[in-house]
Design a protein around this ligand. Structure first.
Ligand code: GTP
Ligand code: MG
Length: 326
């Protein structure tokens, strides 16, 4: 397909060739990207411009004068924070769009996302915070991306089942994370100082594409022991309910509802605690006075007598209803 480049594009390209400074190069590449006709015939050129832009912006961000503005942090909200990590173009932003009310840019060329973007994903009566990130790639060295991954409660490792270089891109992603000493999944963590292990789900996106089932099997064979995998499609919505549930399972949480003695259960949001938490941990969340004053509690829940009396060491279960007594 002919590219049908416009005079504006060709002019910007000339400026790029003459540009001496990084700023001039970035400006002319941006102009080239803005003026290039957006169709199938220019896809490779668009991707190439984006790649060069990402590289130059990255060089630029390493200069002390512009560095300060390029450090990002995302405050945690909801029952857990999950960082979306993966190779360029795998569909991280498309998933954020589909699972939350956030509206990140989604585009069919790599290096679209450049700043973190959070969004809240509902699972039954609780919410998780997803954080969309720029791709993990050898040409992008934004240290804040890895800081966000380290600080998150878990990661969603998003890969593209339609990617002909799927395995290579996946390995590159893991290798880049390893450079930042982030180890994802259940496999053995390398020895040495500074390493951090993070829970992770392998989110195999674009599962509706032809040939996806085969790629999925290969991934499962190679990485099934290190990662729980969920096949999804941000395009059709397939697998997204399973993904929400898998996130809840990954974070190992319990939801507990409290009610006042002698009252009915009000439809209030649950307290969310790590699995293994005890009654006393819940008491501390409800009110600090309870920690010293708690005598016992009554619990309604799966596998218990209705209103069973329990003490402060009782291990809470998901969906327990608890009445605290002091
Ligand atoms: N067929 C198909 N295409 C998808 C799916 N999810 C995303 N895409 C397409 O894949 C391309 C990349 O999507 P993005 O969400 O921008 O990818 P990204 O991982 O955020 O890319 P970067 O920001 O560059 O890292 C877009 O053209 C999307 O429409 C899917 O489930 N199926
Ligand atoms: Mg993106």
């Amino acid at each position: 397909m002919p590219a049908n480049l416009t005079p504006e594009y060709l002019e910007a390209e000339q400026r790029f060739k003459r540009a001496k400074t990084t700023v001039e190069k970035i400006e002319s590449l941006e102009e080239m990207f803005a003026t290039i006709p957006k169709h199938k015939g220019t896809e490779k050129m668009q991707a190439d411009i984006k790649r060069r832009l990402a590289k130059l912006r990255n060089e630029q961000s390493k200069r002390p004068t512009s560095r300060a503005g390029l450090i990002y942090k995302v405050d945690k909200e909801g029952a857990g924070q999950l960082a979306l990590v993966g190779p360029p173009n795998s569909g991280k932003s498309a998933l954020l769009r589909r699972l939350t009310h956030a509206t990140p840019e989604v585009a069919d060329y790599p290096f679209t996302t450049r700043a973190p973007q959070p969004g809240m994903m509902a699972f039954e009566d609780i919410q998780f915070q997803l954080v969309d990130l720029p791709p993990v790639h050898p040409e992008i060295h934004e240290s804040w991306v890895y800081q966000i991954v380290r600080n998150a409660d878990a990661a969603l490792l998003v890969v593209d089942l339609g990617d002909p270089d799927l395995l290579e891109d996946f390995e590159t992603t893991l290798a880049e994370l390893a450079k930042a000493k982030v180890h994802l999944g259940r496999g053995a963590m390398p020895e040495g100082p500074g390493w951090l292990a993070k829970r992770a789900l392998l989110v195999a996106n674009k599962c509706e594409l032809s040939g996806a089932a085969e790629s999925r099997e290969i991934l499962q064979d190679l990485y099934g022991s290190c990662f729980e995998m969920v096949a999804v499609s941000a395009e059709t919505g397939e697998g997204l309910d399973a993904l929400r549930r898998a996130v809840f399972g990954l974070l190992d949480l319990v939801r507990v509802y409290t009610k006042a003695p002698g009252h009915k259960l009000e439809p209030t949001p649950p307290y969310v605690l790590r699995r293994g938490s005890r009654l006393i941990d819940l008491a501390a969340m409800v009110h600090h006075d309870f920690v010293a004053q708690l005598k016992y509690a009554r619990v309604w829940g799966h596998g218990k007598f209705e209103g069973q009396m329990v003490n402060r060491d009782y291990v809470l279960a998901d969906k327990d209803i608890v009445e605290l007594h002091r």
